[in-house]
Design a protein around this ligand. Structure first.
Ligand SMILES: Cc1ncc(COP(=O)(O)O)c(C=O)c1O
Length: 409
């Protein structure tokens, strides 16, 4: 991108005026001005509860909310009735897991146990809900291993059989940036068992690659708005109509009912059936502006991120005793985990902070993956399109400083 364009881009993010190199975008992205303006504007001009009032501002709020639903639907090429708003990816996956549990009877054949398949690289939010569902219902919890030799997960279909009720896996690792060929994985799973319910955690993927629900035959896809320039507190669940129509809701309360009687109740149509209580309309509406902002130049942003990732890899690889996890021949997004011999990731992150370089250290909510990698934590750098070569240079300077301070070669 030309320099002038870049200046304009920086102007869209007030927080980037701060003296910092923000390299923790996989945790959450910064918010463009349009998102913050929309949020303020909503509360100043339209604030009221959606779906409730018959007066003008409530009707306006409802219309804006439904427009936002169309924007999120358009972002992944889905129908707007296939979009459910939740609080986050975490809430979305828990909601799906619990709704499936309330709807289906597991272990209904006496001979073989039913099973659920996940991978070893999942974020805890796509791991623990399935682990616990298995524990509660006596299902077998199957884990597709990560292979340290080729830095990839095994073929998921190898772990799928006629008793696999659910397969849940990420489209992109939040630890290493590894991108999974979701289309291919789903095709092979379907060949083995066409009835397995497939859930995709697209939380990191949607920030870097275009997602078209029509290209993946997934039953559910989940992501959070705050990772794609929207506000915190907004999650998106895409579900196929046949499931959304037949599943029992998990949350009960206002807005999600059609009728409530003394001893029984019936549910509203989708999507309301899954949106009990007051949802974060202001956040959803503001986040939809973030999505529009992002979507408009997504291809160009992906190229910027790709170039930046290449530069970061080149510079990091030139540092003695720094080991990058993965980023070999396969497809990776701009998320890089690394270790430096004899430097603890937390010490490194603390020294980076002194340089105003913000990176993440820890297990990245992926402890099973850490265990496989034989580490307790890694240092993680994750980039967005507004990052610059200078941010990476600052990172490398900070790493070299850490080595000096800690007297490590
Ligand atoms: C791959 C992945 N899945 C799920 C989540 C959970 O997202 P949230 O905290 O917004 O629920 C994250 C967050 O880092 C993630 O990276």
């Amino acid at each position: 991108m030309m320099n002038d364009n870049y200046k304009k881009l920086k102007n869209d993010f007030k927080i980037l005026e701060l003296d910092m190199s923000y390299l923790d975008n996989a945790a959450t992205t910064q918010k463009p001005k349009i998102v913050l303006d929309t949020l303020r504007n909503f509360y100043e001009t339209t604030n009221s509860n959606v779906h409730r009032g018959v007066y003008k501002i409530s009707e306006n709020a409802t219309r804006l909310l439904e427009d936002a639903r169309k924007t999120f639907a358009g972002f992944i090429n889905a129908g707007h009735n296939n979009i459910i708003f939740t609080k986050s990816t975490t809430e979305g996956i828990n909601q799906i897991a619990n709704s499936l549990e309330r709807t289906f009877v597991f272990n209904d054949n006496d001979i073989d146990k039913d099973n659920v398949v996940v991978t070893e690289i999942e974020h805890h939010s796509n791991f623990v809900p399935w682990q616990q569902l298995c524990k509660r219902n006596g299902l077998e919890f199957r884990i597709v291993p990560y292979n340290l030799k080729n830095n990839d997960i095994d073929n998921i279909s190898k772990y799928v059989d006629e008793n696999t009720k659910i397969a849940a896996f990420t489209a992109m690792s939040n630890v290493t940036g590894l991108i999974i060929d979701v289309d291919e994985q789903i095709k092979t799973i379907r060949k083995k068992n066409k009835d397995t319910i497939i859930i995709i955690d697209a939380t990191q993927y949607v920030a870097h690659r275009r997602l078209d629900v029509k290209e993946w035959d997934a039953d559910f896809i989940v992501f959070s708005a705050h990772k794609i320039y929207g506000t915190t507190g907004v999650g998106i669940v895409y579900g196929k109509s046949k499931f959304l129509e037949s599943l029992e809701p998990f949350f009960y309360g206002g807005n999600m009912i059609s009728r409530v009687d003394t001893y029984d109740s019936s549910w509203a149509q989708i999507p309301e059936k899954f949106e009990a209580g007051t949802i974060d309309a202001a956040g959803i509406i503001a986040s939809s502006e973030g999505v529009k902002y992002f979507q408009k130049n997504m291809n160009e942003y992906s190229k910027l991120e790709e170039n930046l990732k290449k530069y970061a890899l080149e510079r990091l690889r030139s540092i003695n005793n720094l080991h990058i996890i993965g980023h070999d021949t396969k497809n990776y997004g701009p998320v890089i985990s690394f270790e430096i011999k004899n430097i603890h990731p937390h010490d490194l992150a603390t020294i980076c902070d002194r340089h105003n370089v913000y990176i993440r250290a820890g297990h990245h909510c992926a402890q099973p993956f850490m265990k496989k990698l034989n580490v307790t934590s890694t240092s993680r750098v994750s980039m967005a399109f507004y990052n610059t070569i200078r941010d990476i240079d600052n990172l490398v300077d900070a790493i070299n400083d850490a080595k000096k301070i800690l007297q490590v070669k």
